[in-house]
Design a protein around this ligand. Structure first.
Ligand SMILES: Nc1ncnc2c1ncn2[C@@H]1O[C@H](COP(=O)(O)OP(=O)(O)OP(=O)(O)O)[C@@H](O)[C@H]1O
Ligand SMILES: [Mg+2]
Length: 298
């Protein structure tokens, strides 16, 4: 175990040195990774497709991106990517593998940590298991400049543990009133539990730009009025049959049809994400917060 830990530290250090010494072709403006959780109140609003394709566009812009599939109930980033991972988060939680050992490099330049379906509540893991998992997340810090975390929907502990630990949160909603109400519930919890978090909104499956803007205006108004926070508008993705065609072909839509309306809209969202961010706390901040959350100190 000591040998393994030493090996991991050496690996992280080596990656860090390579960043600073040799690898000038890569864009590495951050001292630590920017951790962004993608979440929603209601399920099925497009989080997994959004996260996967956002990661690919960031990788095209020469960012080093790791996507963590943190939907512990129904992990399916690998399905959207069209890959079949041998190892996933469950092996890490069981202590059989480290995160580095399960990192998968994909042709688009994105690395992914596949989730396992039906994983026990993180909050139910014993202390040793949780510590092992959280420690292993720290090793990702020097391996990426952006870590995107695709979460499940809703307000369960498994979802909120990841959401509250991230530096930034992208909340996805569709224009449907049920989705909006659930998005507001998520925004409310994040702003109450973690007032410093930068909260972004993306409206998915909109029929027009005007409809999406109206959705943002409504949500930002109530957020300002009742929660006293400013919601950042990242933009919208149109309702586009390309997404479902791409899913059926097991290809991310940005690769399946780069010129499609949905892929073009996502490029604009990448521009609005605005690198560099105001204050990246990196994985170490993420780790402390996730550790505090699950040990009840939050
Ligand atoms: N912009 C879009 N236009 C049309 N269909 C879309 C769009 N975005 C997503 N979809 C469809 O919505 C379905 C759900 O998408 P996805 O799996 O990404 O949602 P999710 O929020 O991750 O779901 P879950 O809450 O189950 O994790 C997909 O089958 C996809 O075809
Ligand atoms: Mg999903």
């Amino acid at each position: 175990m000591a040998d393994q830990a030493q090996g991991l530290r050496a690996l992280a250090k080596q990656a860090h040195l390579e960043d600073h010494l040799g690898n000038s072709a890569l864009v590495t403006p951050y001292p630590a990774a920017r951790t962004i959780a993608v979440t929603s109140g209601k399920g099925g609003v497009g989080k997994t497709n959004f996260t996967t394709n956002l990661a690919l566009l960031l990788a095209q812009a020469r960012r080093r991106v790791i996507v963590v599939d943190a939907d512990l109930g129904l992990a399916n980033i690998h399905v959207v990517m069209g890959i079949s991972p041998t190892y996933h988060l469950e092996h890490v939680l069981r202590g059989e593998k480290t995160l580095q050992e399960i990192l998968i490099s994909t042709p688009g330049g994105v690395q992914i940590i596949a989730g396992g379906s039906g994983i026990t509540e993180l909050a139910n893991l014993d202390h040793a298991q949780r510590t092992r998992f959280i420690e292993s997340l720290s090793e990702l810090d020097h391996l990426a400049d952006t870590i995107l975390v695709d979460t499940g929907a809703g307000l369960s502990q498994n979802v909120m543990g990841f959401v509250l630990a991230a530096d930034e949160v992208i909340v996805i909603t569709t224009p449907e009133p049920t989705s909006l109400a659930d998005a507001y519930a998520t925004i409310k919890v994040v702003s109450r539990e973690n007032p410093g978090t930068r909260l972004h909104l993306v409206v998915n499956m909109a029929t027009s730009e005007a409809e999406a803007s109206a959705v943002y205006e409504r949500l930002s108004l109530v957020a300002r009025q009742f929660l006293h926070i400013e919601l950042d508008y990242l933009g919208y993705l149109p309702q586009d049959a390309t997404v479902s065609r791409a899913v059926r072909a097991q290809q991310p839509f940005t690769q399946f049809s780069p010129g499609s309306p949905v892929a073009r809209a996502l490029s604009q969202i990448v521009d609005r994400l605005g690198y560099p961010p105001a204050r990246p706390a990196g994985v170490s901040g993420f780790l402390n917060r996730i550790s505090n959350f699950f040990s009840g100190r939050k």
